[in-house]
Design a protein around this ligand. Structure first.
Ligand code: 6MZ
Length: 361
């Protein structure tokens, strides 16, 4: 486990509000309990519960959002989530979040995202490269103080953002998110994710916004096949997104389509097992896709909600599927090819992995 912790890793499927430390969630719940907004003991039980169905997970997210959706807290959780990933040697993080509007506290989707960017700026435990430009429009190169390769002990993490469209949203709301992503490109927003409760909403509702996003040069990743929905899975694959997440309820036809398209899959082992989307780890489609050399990346999904870390996900894959140090290292390294950031970042990451390869015994 130690070598998996120290190995550089790339995280491409992490939801901000799913990645919050339990201690932070409990602290926030306690505060709201004191204010009489919630009953702390009820909420404490829900936060600490381990096994949840997919349906219960989305109920938990509604609760988490009550605890976290004010500007100050959004900034705090962003900072903590980034520092937590960096602490286990995640060197590149694509963090996704759903911009939220809450008129009662003067929050717009834009101000929510500004609070996220504030959180990136507040990161202090590690060095961070989060955007091609600073808030004032100047390049941020001067804020990159240390380099993981030059022998300094301070860790460095590259962070880029994806804006999520929640499946509960209308076409107009989805379009608003895409427009916001375009406005915020200079703050490291690279693409759009479609997520949320998979039994809610229709593909046709989101398609216009996703097509617009693509036309405008944003990259797209879709939660695909979290529930059995053959028609939607096929429509999503025909859309040819840059990546898909989960890919659980595929049948032969969809596997064929996926493999011939070579669309990289974000694999979230613990999430799939905890939510019973896959009945047992040893029959997880990771094994088949890995054997077929299909592009794959191991991810956490919601490290807070599922009490996991990226190192634990690598450990689970290694122990379940009998993969050794070198194979796990290669798996981590190939993920660099599937990131949404530009070639400059890819080259930096390759440098980090090449250096780490020399230390691998
Ligand atoms: C689908 C998921 C998810 O955006 O508020 N989300 N959507 N499947 C999953 N697998 C279990 N896990 C998280 O982060 C939380 C939101 O991400 C989506 C849901 O819409 C959830 O409300 P943000 O930062």
């Amino acid at each position: 486990m130690e070598w998996l912790l120290s190995m550089p890793k790339v995280e491409l499927h992490a939801h901000l509000n799913g990645s919050i430390r339990d201690s932070t969630l409990l602290e926030l719940a306690r505060l709201l309990g004191e204010k009489g907004v919630i009953v702390f003991s009820d909420v404490e039980h829900v936060i600490m519960k381990n096994d949840r169905s997919l349906h219960e997970v989305f109920k938990l997210f509604d609760l988490i959002h009550i605890l976290t959706t004010d500007h100050k807290t959004v900034t705090r959780i962003t900072k903590e989530v980034v520092e937590d990933f960096a602490s286990e040697n995640v060197v590149y993080l694509e963090l996704r979040t759903t911009p939220k509007r809450n008129d009662s506290i003067g929050m717009s989707k834009r101000s929510y995202m500004e609070a996220v960017v504030e959180g990136l700026r507040a990161v202090s435990a590690v060095d961070i490269d989060f955007a091609p430009h600073n808030m004032d429009g100047n390049p941020v190169n001067d804020m990159i103080t240390d380099d993981i390769c030059n022998g300094t002990t301070r860790k460095k993490i590259y962070v880029r953002l994806l804006l999520s469209i929640d499946r509960r949203e209308t076409t107009e709301a989805a379009m608003e998110t895409v427009k916001l992503a375009l406005e915020m490109r200079e703050f490291g927003v690279l693409g759009i994710d479609l997520s949320g409760n998979p039994i809610v909403g229709e593909w046709s509702t989101f398609l216009p916004a996703l097509e617009f996003a693509r036309e405008q040069g944003l990259q797209i990743t879709l939660h695909c096949g979290e529930v059995p929905n053959k028609k939607e899975i096929n429509s999503m694959l025909d859309f040819l997104p840059q990546r898909v997440g989960h890919a659980c309820f595929f049948q032969e036809e969809e596997w064929k389509k996926l493999k011939s398209s070579k669309i990289p899959v974000e694999i979230c082992l613990t999430s799939n097992i905890r939510t019973d989307t896959i009945s047992s780890i040893d029959i997880h489609h990771f094994a088949n896709l890995y054997a077929a050399k299909h592009p794959l990346v191991l991810c956490t999904d919601d490290s807070g909600v599922f009490s996991t870390t990226l190192s634990k996900e690598y450990h689970l894959a290694a122990s379940t599927f009998g993969l050794g140090k070198w194979e796990m290292f290669q798996l981590a390294k190939t993920a660099v090819g599937f990131i949404f950031a530009d070639d400059g970042v890819k080259q930096d990451l390759e440098g980090i992995f090449n250096l780490a390869a020399k230390k691998l015994d």
